[in-house]
Write a protein that binds this ligand. Sequence first.
Ligand code: BGC
Length: 753
Amino acid sequence: MTSLKNVLLAFCITWVITPALAQQKPSASVDQKIEALISQMTIEEKAGQLNIVVGETINTGPTMHTAESKKFDEQIRAGKLTGLFNVYGAAYTKRLQKIAVEESRLHIPLLFGADIIHGFKTVTPIPLGEAASWDLDLIRRSAQMAAREATSAGINLNFAPMMDISRDPRWGRISEGAGEDTYLGSRIAEARVKGFQGDKLSDPATMAACLKHFAAYGAAEAGRDYNTADISERVLQEIYLPPFKAAIDAGAATVMPSFNELDGVPATANRHLLQDILRKQWNFNGAVISDYGAVGEMINHGSSADGSKAVIHSLEAGTDMDMMSYLYISKIPELVKAGSLDVKYVDAAVRRILKLKFDLGLFDNAYLYSDEVREKKEVRSKENIALAREVARKSMVLLKNDNGLLPLRSSYKKIAVIGPLADNKEDMNGSWSFFGEATHPVSVLQGIKARVPASTEVVYHPGCNLFDNSRDKMTEAMTTAQGADLTLLVVGESAVMNGEAASRADIGLPGVQEDLVKMISKSGKPVVVVLLNGRPLTMEWLDQNVPAILETWTLGSEAGNAVADVLFGDYNPSGKLPVTFPRHVGQIPIYYNHKNTGRPYSGTNNEPASDRVYVSKYRDIKNTPLYPFGYGLSYTTFTYSEVTLNKATMKNGEQIEATVTVTNNGNYDGEEVVQLYLHDLVGSVTRPVKELKGFQKVMIRKGEAKKITFTITDKELTFLRGDMTWGTEPGMFEVLVGTNSDAVKKKSFELVK
Ligand code: BGC
């Protein structure tokens, strides 16, 4: 009934009330409808279509609202807003939409944007955690669920996926992306876009994706948020851009330029990024939406003298929409009237925004995304909670498990759960989760209590605080641990310690938590560390002294239940690190696909001592990471056969098959992520020591052996050659296959002319 009403209402709005459209036949093409609308718009209305502002409920940047600017109803009525973001609720968005389509002069519907980074009300693990699942279909399904929930509450434009590659764990926003690797990041970017957008943007359960942050935001110098990125064109093109290209090829609707400058020009007005690459090379026709206040920040950057110049620079470079600078709306009319800004730039931007609104189906039914019935049914539905638990289980990475301490045996009579994050719900939602309610998540303590057998008692102590260095509670915590058979130590970062504006110079366990672990480790009872964090941590002491460590990132709504699933063996962990864990902050940037240098250090100490001096290494610490990229254990053990190739040479256009047999010779069924790396030995420019080129996540039953085959084609051998063209070069390649980037079996072949 409601939907029939909606359809009728929408029909009236579109074909009767909207004057520009009413003059046309329904059969007019979308382009014709857009041109008709543009021809009727005043310059003020055009500027309005390029202006999006944050609602009042959730702030994701500096507060820029004035009492005047908060009068959203009035602004909508006057055609001064193209949409709002970070507001939600079917009823609320419907009310605002009604003003737009019934009371504004041209009846143009609103966009409702939001940062749905890892779930809406049903919160899934932070993106870095999901990336650790290496399960592309799971990641797609997780994004799809987020879209189903968020769209029912009115949201039609998602400022996600965040897909910045980062090699610097000091940078807090590493938690929002897929880690350090371009290949894995590209596949995950595609999966997320497909999940958010589905097959059709006008499907009410899908929303437009916004690829962010374009580009090289993750290369912020010294890992300090918003800082300058200074990288070569080669590194930009090879490392940072491919996930964006992959996501655009997957159909992404919009792009957000990053806050940083690149080669001296802020991304918001960077023609090389926005024109040469995005529009010309990649043929991207979608809308470009500035980051929060980024147009105005051109002044601080020192690249625009004032607000007017910032508008001209950004708009002419191709940033179509101004988020929260209030500059397009305030300056465009006067600039055009004064002849300082050609209206063709304004029209081009308006055209892309209107096209997005058409593609979303808003001109057919402005209320498509605000559906109270669907909202009630969809938000935090049983199925969604079950999926959140599945994603959470699969995102965890088992970092250490001496003598099979895990899974926990049911014979423990008393388990101590200790740590400042053990009884915590709110932080389970993680950074960039503004919609998840603080009271919803299942804490680790709750999850453990719900899972232990009736014969096991669970005792709890916080041990210490997250935000101060007080040791007052430690002795009591020690007594709790000593009285139990085993301790689960739940330590890590609070959600606000990672994410935006949350760079850290010291990436160890915050506060006195490491001291707590050291103390409890002396309790004489086994200790399992359950880590919660949004970035790699430096924790060499833990690795050397604690028998079992489970990396859980931040798992979302079902955190505690999922942790219990893994600790008690209801799910055998299968996650692999999407990012390198350094031993020491001084090693940063540290990443697996580095170059060899002219004086590589083998690390084996097999060479004469004199040859170990003038090599690329540290005097005080090892070169190697604490845990390499791709690393993660299972409760079972997988052994790899040697790699076999079906031929020793290949020509362009041909392919080679690389095969390994992986055997599960442990005691549990388990999933393994079999990883394929390639090393191009000699090139017109040097190549990394290895690069991920494929992976397969497979279930291998206890006692079973599985043959895994990878096909290598020109695509896998292509790189940005010395002359800056993409292609292959003849020569020797190593094929490396294994369980992580460090443990690989090797075989070589030659690419011949
Ligand atoms: C972030 C973006 C986000 C925007 C809107 C900015 O501070 O950098 O990623 O989409 O706020 O919330």
